[in-house]
Ligand binder design. Structure first.
Ligand SMILES: [Zn+2]
Ligand SMILES: [Zn+2]
Length: 317
């Protein structure tokens, strides 16, 4: 059986009637073998989808018929099953959550993967390479020599940018920044410019695009993604593991969400240790109750709403 396409795209442009576009998208997806999530706001689109190759081709052709999407990049990876469990198309006030309003016109210079690689290779001491993703993302993979700030959520970036602006010479420092698919850099590079940085470069299409075009050169580890795959190689030549099981120390980069519903923390564990802990991050979580049933055949998987069977199981405990 053919692999599924996992599609990632985003676009910023004024959307007059986002609610109407939500309806159109829903209809198109519902009629085909497609899953995933699309968020639409007055300022644009953010989409991650999985689809059979036929549906994927149809979708991209349909989107490209709309002149607003003519130049939008649709990045495609493959996976053996749907990494999403359903279709979610929703209106959102912001397609990337950040509390601060930034002027998106400022945006940093987009650098294509090949040029990005060359820039990495000729990097001087006035250049800083920053990974703008969260700590659990950069932990399993990042570019060689990148500064990986200890951010737990997207919302902490503005504060980090303030600290950088104090620490570095904003006029002469070259800032190279990257994220998963590029969308966060659209916002964060604008923010860096507002903080006074004059030379800001962002990896066009993010690490996904880099992996597709340049392989894993200068990349260490793997790529965290926000779907059932959780951690994926960025290219065929990429199988490096940077992290270890928190319990037994064996080399491993599988993430689990703690099975105790009120904890839900991400942790890295091998399957054996996760089985022993019944999917919990700690002994105390295991003891405290309200623990989702742990199914090793479906692990590791990100947390999502309980299935009917899981609810019944919990009701019985
Ligand atoms: Zn282990
Ligand atoms: Zn826990």
């Amino acid at each position: 059986m053919d692999d599924y396409h996992v599609i990632a795209f985003y676009a910023f442009f004024p959307v007059e009637d986002p609610h109407l576009e939500v309806k159109r998208q829903k209809k198109f997806l519902a009629e085909r073998d497609m899953r995933g999530r699309i968020y639409i706001s007055e300022e644009g689109y953010n989409g991650q989808l999985s689809a059979s190759p036929d549906a994927s081709n149809e979708y991209i052709a349909w989107m490209k018929d709309d002149p607003r999407f003519a130049d939008v990049q649709f990045k495609i990876q493959t996976f053996h099953e749907h990494p999403f469990d359903r279709v979610t198309v929703k209106y959102r006030e912001q397609i990337v959550a950040m509390d601060e309003k930034v002027d998106m016109q400022l945006v940093g210079e987009h650098v294509a993967p090949k040029k990005w690689r060359e820039m990495l290779e000729s990097r001087d001491e006035d250049t800083i390479l920053i990974d703008v993703r969260n700590n659990y993302e950069s932990e399993v993979g990042h570019f060689e020599g990148a500064e990986c700030p200890d951010l737990e959520t997207f919302r902490e970036f503005p504060e980090y940018a303030n600290r950088l602006a104090k620490r570095l010479d904003t006029k002469n420092t070259k800032v190279m920044m990257y994220c998963t698919g590029g969308i966060r850099c659209e916002l964060y590079s604008s923010l860096m410019k507002e903080r006074g940085f004059e030379n800001v470069y962002q990896l066009d299409g993010g690490v996904i695009n880099y992996g597709m075009q340049e392989g894993s050169k200068h990349w260490k580890g793997k790529l965290f993604v926000f779907d059932d795959r959780m951690v994926v190689p960025i290219s065929e030549d990429n199988d490096e593991v940077l992290t270890v099981c928190k319990d037994c120390g064996v080399s491993c980069d599988h993430y689990f969400n703690c099975a105790r519903m009120d904890c839900n923390d991400l942790f890295i564990s091998c399957l054996e240790c996760a089985k022993k802990a019944r999917g919990c991050c700690s002994e105390s979580c295991l003891k405290e109750g309200r623990v989702r049933p742990f199914n090793p055949d479906h692990a590791p998987r990100p947390y999502r709403r309980l299935s009917k069977e899981e609810k019944e199981h919990l009701a019985g405990t």
